[in-house]
Design a protein around this ligand. Sequence first.
Ligand code: APR
Ligand code: ZN
Length: 382
Amino acid sequence: MSSSSSKSAGVITCRAAVAWGPGQPLLLEEVEVDPPSAMEIRIKVVCTSLCRSDVTQWQSQAQPDLFPRIFGHEASGIVESVGEGVTEFQAGDHVLTVFIGECQSCKHCESGKSNMCQKLGLERRGVMHSDQKTRFRVKGKPVYHYCAVSSFSEYTVVHSGCAVKISPDVRMERACLLSCGVAAGIGAAWKVADISKGSTVVIFGLGTVGLSVAQAAKSRGASRIIGVDINPEKYEKGKVFGVTEYINPEECKEPVQQVIKQITDGGADYSFECIGDTNIVSTALQSCCDGWGMTVTLGVPKTKTEISTHYAFLLTGRTLKGSLFGGWRPKSDLPSLVEKYSKGEIQLDELVTHDIPFESINEAFNLMKEGSCLRCVIHMPK
Ligand code: APR
Ligand code: ZN
């Protein structure tokens, strides 16, 4: 495969998978990518995996004005050039992109206990944080970004606070999974819930995110890891990640929370919502025990955004905790996860069900819509 990219006056012309409207198949278009502005870096994307939230946002009718748009946010790449003021990176560095940045100077970054950076937080308007503009054009029109990453392009521009340097020895075609979903699952278990040895854990949704919670719960010595999923095929894969029992809510005679209460003597120690369905939050809260039971939410809701539950579940001492990116601060915490992958302490390879060339990116979208994949890794032209 040869790349069609060319350089002129700082602008790079290359191919990107452009979505022209909600749910419309991506088209490989020639796009212009601006040089990085101050404190930004331009990256040659090497691999990018498809995450459920790319699909959710692509299908959503909520922001029809933000098209044409380039999705993609779980990615690894090589720095091509750096903008004014960037000292942390240089051309040739291997990096992971991150969808929430760490400026290291705002109130949240300085607190050491939050990853809700006030400067480089979740970007929802399809532009760059700094000047609210885009760095891509197609046929002379601006192309909107996604999460200020937009990795479904041979080249992209990100803020230097939204990338993390990794060793050139790390496998780029797998490490990209740590850019979002896997790190989110592991962080929810280790950092947010802080699962203790011998605990009983219930995981709603055995996709990449739920299975990442499972492997992290297993490594903490959880005694029971109960996986709940409407797709029975997920259980086989679940066993590889430590799931010890499986429940299909569609086959239960009683509500699944009742079944869980019965088999766990009153409820689990921890439950995790890894589906992206706000109705399940209450189910998950009811599935954990009085006194110390904790529910952690990881899913990004597809439709209904409000949650409701009976107040009694809080009165009885349960905790409901939200999380984004597993509570990790990308620059401070991600390097140690990458190192754990290198040492074989985190499983990523087993989560990749498909390797797909960039030209066939729509196949990855179809597989995820059908629920017949975990992670599809999209390989950009060399
Ligand atoms: N009950 C139980 N399981 C369900 C239900 C349900 N009502 N609905 C869907 N599932 C299962 C699916 O069968 C699938 O195995 O939930 C799993 C979700 O996995 P994926 O779609 O592969 O999503 P994943 O990438 O793991 O992300 C999960 O976290 O980051 C967010 O946006 C992401 O909301 C999504 C969630
Ligand atoms: Zn910050």
